[in-house]
Design a protein. Sequence first.
Length: 367
Amino acid sequence: MGLWAAVHAERRGIETLLVDAGQIGCGASGGLLGALMPHMPDRWSEKKQFQFDALVSLEAEIAAIEEVTGLSAGYRRSGRLIPLPKPHLRKIALGHFEDAEAVWRTGERRFHWHVLDRPPGEDWIDPAAGESGFVHDTLAARVAPRSLVATLKAFLLAARHVRVLENTAIAALDPVRGMASIGGATIAFGHCILAAGYRSFPFLEEMTSGLKKPLGQAVKGQAALLVADIDPALPTIFRDGLYVVAHEGGHVAIGSTSENSFADPFSTDEQLDALIAAARDMVPALRDAPVIERWAGLRPKAIDRDPMVGAHPENQNLIALTGGFKVSFGLAHRLAEAAICIASDASIEFLLPESFGISNHIAVSSR
Ligand SMILES: Cc1cc2nc3c(=O)[nH]c(=O)nc-3n(C[C@H](O)[C@H](O)[C@H](O)COP(=O)(O)OP(=O)(O)OC[C@H]3O[C@@H](n4cnc5c(N)ncnc54)[C@H](O)[C@@H]3O)c2cc1C
């Protein structure tokens, strides 16, 4: 989130200091999965429209950064496969085909929610996984999280208006005086965009009066990376919270757990073993594929589940940019653009759903 904000600041010529407590990308964004999953096409809403526009625009945004840096972010609109194990699920899916035809379109592009009897292509999902067929959507995409972060970092290191300061934690924020403390020193700011992932919440809570509940929490997730001889264009498989994502270079990512309570935030355990076993069961090509990494991270989940963006009502020069929870990769560039517009008093040229506003989250936490 913070990297995209710095990219937009650079494009608008805003002098910016990007500060990270660790190495850039050492937080939740430095993971393995990178699935870019659209919301369901039924019961369309401004939130779904925002995500749709963001998913469509991300392709060109990434291409622009790749062109400047000469690096690849591992992006591909490879689609998504959802097995339908029961007849009633097929009936629902057929209804969604019509929904998608109506709303998954821009002026020049259309995306589809096909319902198929058999999975497209060979050597990927076991046809037996979908007794009542498969959904194949052509809007979903994927990006390689670490490649994306490295590409954004390279762009920012060569930027004219952005300076990057790593391994420097902000210990305290004083928006009234426009000061951020880093150990014994201070940084003065006109506006501060707070994009510290789940660690944004305590900063925001400290400066918000009348809260009865926390503004957000960390939700642990575990994932794994395997190597297999697969086509990187294969669609992401999604079933009951299990993702199997084909990446470039024979890499396949499997995830994710969703843990509200945990003893150790960064260890992996038998819950990940169960996901890997389920993926091997569904995808024959993964049966003997070696696991080359197991990884865990903490997602930022705001109290109202939606992203949290906007100027703090009591401190207008502090702008929250967090709470992307499970869908940050598809939205971050747009949310960050909104945050930069707010910071620079520019108008936002797209609709930012009201439920994303920090004021909405504060209202929920104050009840
Ligand atoms: C297992 C797993 C799988 C996931 N899969 C997907 C997926 O497929 N698709 C998807 O869209 N999302 C996915 N997510 C969610 C996604 O990774 C997160 O929502 C996203 O990375 C959050 O980005 P962020 O920039 O808000 O936070 P982060 O990436 O955590 O960045 C926050 C940064 O702030 C820095 N920071 C924190 N405190 C301070 C401080 N005091 N001073 C200075 N710097 C500070 C940190 O060092 C860090 O670099 C997944 C998450 C997990 C854990």
